[in-house]
Structure formats: structure tokens, C-alpha cells
Design a binder for this molecule. Structure first.
Ligand code: DQQ
Length: 570
């Protein structure tokens, strides 16, 4: 019966999605309706499970339940029936986010936020532990197991349980909270997984009023570094540090950093005992207004493995290797030369489901470089999303260089000033205006009046003997990774996203990897040092790929590989 239900669900999935050009086909998620946070991922008896916040009846948030899919390899997925529904008095307003923990005897247990008048924490156990699909779950009579928020907390801001871990001979669990008005990872302790007592905040800061979806886990490096993760302000943050088990606190070693500079929230990770790694999923909501008309909203990221780069003190996020099993026969090119300003469409390469990896040679001595790949590109190039490496070596005046476009304001030559003083004024004005990113001064001699042009984007560099330009030094590192959606098309978010991309000394190559799956683009630079996830909604005909060089000197793409990708539904 269960298999029959799953099979019918699968057919529905195929019917619902096949003619929707925006619906991803190799990202895990439900066939249709609303999905938000990933919940309770785990490996159990040969299967990877992923649950998620799900509305089983419609395309908008509501009736919060746990949807359920499973996979043998993190690449190919099967739909299963809803695992948890809001069917008890204590969770009738929602089965909110939570995690799974494998107990000492091998039993998996879900801890989730049960919502009624306030938010409490509840548990659920498999109805049949030997069912490897874990299709049915039961909620014991003693729920909720945590009834009240921590002292200084708020009943309506107390949610999103982590996977529990053993420390000091008992179970520890973190729940997101707002303590005395500040976001906090509230720490709870239990001997039997039934009676929980409050300890104190494992970590808290004053930056946000509430932390959703916290997590705490080791990165398995030689220094035993831990990551404390939380979701706040629409983004997912981590702080690295050490775990002081005698005091039960995180001792931070740095500032909060983003996992993904794009559109990812409420992420969840689990430890994969098979390959001994931490794996991350994140919720990627729609970035246009058409979602509910399409009948579904929300995607999960591809599973990403998290490792620590201890030199750079950042977490690297890389799509799991198993995804290579979704690749069809690919195309590969070597030593492709790109002239300054060139866009080179890749002949015979197109599709709405692609993985692309390109390695470029990076010239540190160059004044300024902007290159990468264009995806979801229309035949005439007018629609495209650019995934770029940006290197700014020089912020001072670049003679004989124009930065055409992106102007938001200009002002004329100041009479009485020398030309050099006017150039300095142009640069200084840009430095003092928050909106300003770059400037161009047009010298005397050009048919138009000499003037300063202030820009809110970094346009392409163009040789022009009348112009002198500069790019403002931002507090970003000099090398950044960028997704430019200004020409993306459709009615989605056209905003661009820039992420710091730290380079190591002596590095001479830049690797850009992108997964394009209909309306989602996951972009990774330098093995996951910078990640930007974006939603795009161009016409289905915009399916081309190009290499682009917006810089003023030639670039060599040492290797380029593109694979069309299969669907992930089995
Ligand atoms: N989504 C869940 C909450 C969580 C929020 C409700 C984060 O448990 O705090 O659907 O997106």
C-alpha cells in the first residue's frame, strides 16, 4: 500500500512538473505545493532521509507538516508520504522545524517544534524501526518534552531543535530562542531524552532579536573546531570556535560568516556516518511573484559537504561527489582564449539542467579582471545571468579607460580647478557616496563638456583616450565572486550578489562551478570558498552557455566542462 502511494505520488510529480519550465528537476523536494526548511536529515539503514516543512494541500505556507523523501546515494530520490502532520492538540498549529538523533540503541528520534498557543518541543518515534523507509511515526503521550522557553525567553520565539549530542554523560540539545531580546542558542540537557532541563545559552550575541534553526557541530579538523550556525535576518550564519565542555559554551574564534551569499535560509546539516562528513541542505524560496500560480514554491539546495579551510578559517561548501552520477555525456574544452571584452557562446552546449566547471588563469598583476560564465543565455545574448570572478587590483585613476554605463549621477567640470583637481574631486565624491562603486572622468577634448560620472555598478572596462576611471575600494576583499542578474530576464529578482572570495598566496587559477536547474543556479568558486545561490526566471528559450571576459586584457580558460544533468527522481 505504502509503495503504491509512493508510486502514485511519483506519477503526480511527473505530471505536475514536466511542463513547468521553472520547476527544478535534479534538486530534492516535493512534487508540488509549498516547501520551506529542510528538516531532520539523516542516514538510516541504507537510506538517506530528508524531511522538510511542507504544506500538503497548497502552494502557500500553512498546515505545516513534514514532507519526506529518501535516497540511496544523495543524488537519486524517491517521494514518500507525509511523515508528520499537525494532528495533536499540542501541534495543531504546526509541526515546525526539527532534527533527528540516533539514540544509543540505534533508534532514530525526531525532535520538532510543536506549535499550539506557544512553541514547545515534541518527539516522535518510528512506528516500526525495522522499516528502512521509516514511513510511519508515532508521537508519545508524554509530549511536549519541553514546555516552556528558557528564562528571559518568549513562548512564541522558541523553536527549531538541533540534532542532540552526548556530552558530560547526558544528551545536549539546542533550541533557537530569543533571550532578553537577543537571538540565542538555548542549551538543554537530558539523561533519558524525555525530561529536559535548561542549562544556559550555548552562545548568544546582540546582533539579532531571534535565532531560528540553530545548529552546533564539529568540523572534524585537527583542532576540533566547531561551527555554531543560526538563521537570522534572512540569511544563514556560522561562527567558528571551540566547544568548552566543562562550561558548555562555544568559545568563538571569529565573526559570523555566511554559508551562502545568495538566497538560502533555514539550512540544516547532518553527519553522514558512511562517508564521515557533514552535509548541508538549505531552503531556497522563490524570488518572483508567480510561485503560487505555478502550484508550488520552494527548493532545497543540492546536498553540500562542509569542511573547514583552516588557513582561511572558513567553511567550504561543495556539492557532494555523488551528484556526478546524474551527469549525462558532457562536452569538454581546453585552453580557450578570450579576448578583452569577448563573450564566447559555447557551440552545441545548451540546456536548462546543466553542471558547468571552468578553470581560468588568474593574473594578479592585472589592474582589474572580470570574467566567468554566462548561463540561461538567450540566442542574442540579451538575456543572461553572469557568474563572475572579479579582481580589483587598482582603485586609483586608470588612465585612458572608460567604464560605460551604470551611471546614477554626473556633475560638470568645476571651473577654476585644474583637470587633475577635478579628477581627484570625482574620485573623492565617489568615495564619500555610499551608492557609488566606480567613477569615470571625461576629459576636455571629448565633444561633450568635461564631467564626472558616478556609477552604482562596475561596468566593463573600455579603452578610451578621453577617460580616466576608478573603482572604489569596498570593504570586500579585492577578489570577489559575483552573480550578476541585471540582464537575467523574466520578472524575478534582477539584483546582483557579490561575495568575498579570499585567494591564497601564489594561486594562479580560478575555478567556477555552477549547477543550473531551471529556475535555480548554484554557483561555487574555488572549491566552495564562496557560494551564491540565485533564482532566475527567464524564458525557457534562454538555455545557452558562454564564457565571458569583461576585463581589459585577454583571459585563458584552461579547461571547461559542461554536463547535461538527469532528473533526480527515480
Ligand atoms: N520555518 C519554520 C520554523 C522556522 C522557520 C516554520 C524558518 O520552525 O523557525 O515553517 O524558516
Amino acid at each position: 500500500m505504502i509503495l503504491f502511494v509512493a508510486f502514485v505520488g511519483l506519477l503526480v510529480a511527473a505530471i505536475v512538473n514536466s511542463d513547468d519550465p521553472f520547476h527544478p528537476q535534479f534538486h530534492p523536494g516535493p512534487a508540488t505545493h509549498w516547501m520551506n526548511d529542510p528538516n531532520g536529515p539523516m542516514y538510516y539503514q541504507g537510506n538517506y532521509h530528508l524531511f522538510f516543512q511542507y504544506n500538503p494541500t497548497g502552494p502557500n505556507w500553512g498546515d505545516m507538516s513534514w514532507g519526506h523523501i529518501i535516497s540511496k546515494d544523495l543524488a537519486h530520490w524517491h517521494h514518500l508520504p507525509v511523515a508528520l502532520s499537525p494532528d495533536m492538540a499540542y501541534d495543531k498549529r504546526g509541526v515546525f522545524t526539527g532534527s533527528t538523533t540516533i539514540l544509543d540503541d540505534g533508534t532514530p528520534v525526531i525532535v520538532y517544534t510543536c506549535v499550539n498557543s506557544g512553541q514547545q518541543q515534541c518527539v516522535a518515534y518510528p512506528a516500526n524501526k525495522s522499516d528502512p523507509f521509516l514511513t510511519n511515526w508515532t508521537k508519545p503521550d508524554y509530549n511536549p518534552v519541553i514546555k516552556d522557553p528558557p528564562p528571559g525567553g518568549v513562548a512564541g520565539s522558541f523553536r527549531d531543535d538541533t540534532t542532540a549530542w552526548k556530552s558530560g554523560g547526558s544528551w545536549k540539545l539546542v533550541v533557537g530562542a530569543s533571550i532578553n531580546g537577543h537571538g540565542a542558542a538555548s542549551l538543554w540537557d537530558s539523561k533519558d531524552f524525555k525530561t529536559w532541563t535548561y542549562v544556559h545559552p550555548l552562545y548568544t550575541t546582540t546582533q539579532y532579536g531571534m535565532w531560528e534553526c540553530p545548529d552546533f557541530y564539529p568540523l572534524h579538523d585537527s583542532k576540533n573546531t566547531y561551527a555554531l550556525k543560526y538563521s537570522a535576518g534572512g540569511r544563514d550564519w556560522y561562527t567558528l570556535g571551540s566547544y568548552d565542555e566543562s562550561k558548555q559554551v562555544l568559545v568563538p574564534s571569529g565573526n559570523a560568516t555566511l554559508f551562502d551569499y545568495g538566497h538560502v535560509y533555514a539550512s540544516k546539516r547532518f553527519y553522514d556516518p558512511v562517508k564521515k562528513r557533514q552535509i548541508f541542505y538549505g531552503w531556497v524560496s522563490e524570488e518572483d511573484k508567480g510561485g503560487s500560480q505555478r502550484g508550488w514554491q520552494g527548493i532545497q539546495t543540492l546536498p553540500r559537504s562542509l569542511t573547514l579551510d583552516s588557513d582561511l578559517a572558513i567553511v567550504l561548501s561543495t556539492p557532494v561527489d555523488e551528484l556526478a552520477s546524474l551527469r549525462k555525456t558532457g562536452t569538454s574544452m581546453k585552453n580557450v582564449q578570450l579576448a578583452a571584452g569577448q563573450t564566447m557562446p559555447l557551440k552545441g552546449v545548451s540546456g536548462l539542467q546543466l553542471e558547468i566547471e571552468a578553470n581560468f588563469t588568474f593574473d594578479k598583476a592585472a589592474a582589474s579582471q572580470r570574467f566567468g560564465i554566462s548561463v540561461r543565455m538567450s540566442l542574442d545574448g540579451s538575456m543572461r545571468t553572469d557568474i563572475l570572478f572579479v579582481h580589483q587590483n587598482m582603485t586609483g585613476p586608470m588612465n585612458n579607460t572608460d567604464l560605460p554605463g551604470d551611471e546614477y549621477r554626473q556633475f560638470p567640470y568645476k571651473v577654476g580647478n585644474t583637470e587633475e583637481a577635478n579628477i581627484a574631486l570625482c574620485k573623492e565624491t565617489c568615495d564619500n557616496e555610499t551608492k557609488c562603486v566606480a567613477w569615470t572622468y571625461v576629459r576636455k577634448g571629448d565633444p561633450v563638456v568635461p564631467r564626472c560620472s558616478l556609477k552604482n555598478g562596475i561596468p566593463h572596462l573600455n579603452p578610451n583616450k578621453f577617460c580616466v576611471s576608478g573603482i572604489k575600494r569596498t570593504n570586500m576583499s579585492e577578489t570577489t565572486f559575483m552573480v550578476d542578474r541585471s540582464k537575467t530576464g523574466g520578472d524575478g529578482n534582477q539584483g546582483s550578489v557579490q561575495a568575498p572570495l579570499p585567494m591564497k598566496s601564489g594561486e594562479e587559477t580560478v575555478t567556477i562551478r555552477a549547477f543550473v536547474d531551471h529556475s535555480i543556479i548554484e554557483s561555487y568558486a574555488q572549491g566552495g570558498r564562496a557560494v551564491i545561490t540565485s533564482r532566475v526566471y527567464p524564458d525557457a528559450s534562454a538555455d545557452g552557455v558562454a564564457l565571458v571576459n569583461y576585463g581589459s586584457q585577454p583571459i585563458n580558460a584552461a579547461s571547461v566542462q559542461v554536463w547535461p544533468m538527469n532528473n533526480c527522481w527515480v
